[in-house]
Design a protein around this ligand. Sequence first.
Ligand code: ADP
Ligand code: MG
Length: 231
Amino acid sequence: MYSINNLNKHYSNGEISHQVLNDITVTIGTGEFLAILGPSGSGKSTFLNVLGGLDREFEGNVLFMGHDLGSYNEKQMVAFRRENIAFIFQEYHLLPTLTVYENVKVGQYLNKKNSSVDEILEKVGLKEHKHKFPNQLSGGQKQRVAIARALIKGPKVIFCDEPTGALDSSTAKMIMKLLLDLNKEHNVTVIMVTHNQELVKISNRYIRMMDGRILSTIHNKQTSDLDEIGW
Ligand code: ADP
Ligand code: MG
């Protein structure tokens, strides 16, 4: 799905240049559940943003299904994101004046696919809450709305940037089950940033990042049994 070669990115501030991604070379297969682990400031979010087409300022080669993201103009990038990509962040980014139903409908509008909002809400267990507003929901419910909005686009890849960072562990478990189900039953590629050492066990493979570099890539026997890892 992705072939990334010698990806570099730096920020300049006057004479000071700060290398944020440092010569990253890696491939990511379709249907993988890839976890990215690393301390704060190691470049995890920046890496995700480049792969998901949110950040176009980079050097090196990023191929998505054979297409060079570096060659896309803004319009092509928007089309690429709409067609293929969904993001889930720690801060749910719901629209506060829209109901649960309407927030999910936004995702459908962004990429006309045939799944119904009600079906998706059923899947994430929010059917009874469809007329509520975000401020009437718990954190876990808000994250499930964000996931529903992502799912209805029918993305090929879901990027999750510390999706459970703000949630208690039983709620986090529910979110992880949803992601696992998507990955295993619907072959959606999941790329998830976490700094939870235990959580990486639900991935096929995890990458450790430090100072913008990939320190190691570890293949993993993916577990679907979250209880098994004490979750
Ligand atoms: P992580 O997600 O692993 O915590 P980030 O990708 O957010 O790391 O950040 C990597 C590095 O890039 C950090 O040192 C951060 O301060 C720096 N950085 C991120 N965004 C900017 C920006 N807009 N301008 C300058 N430096 C930035
Ligand atoms: Mg981050």
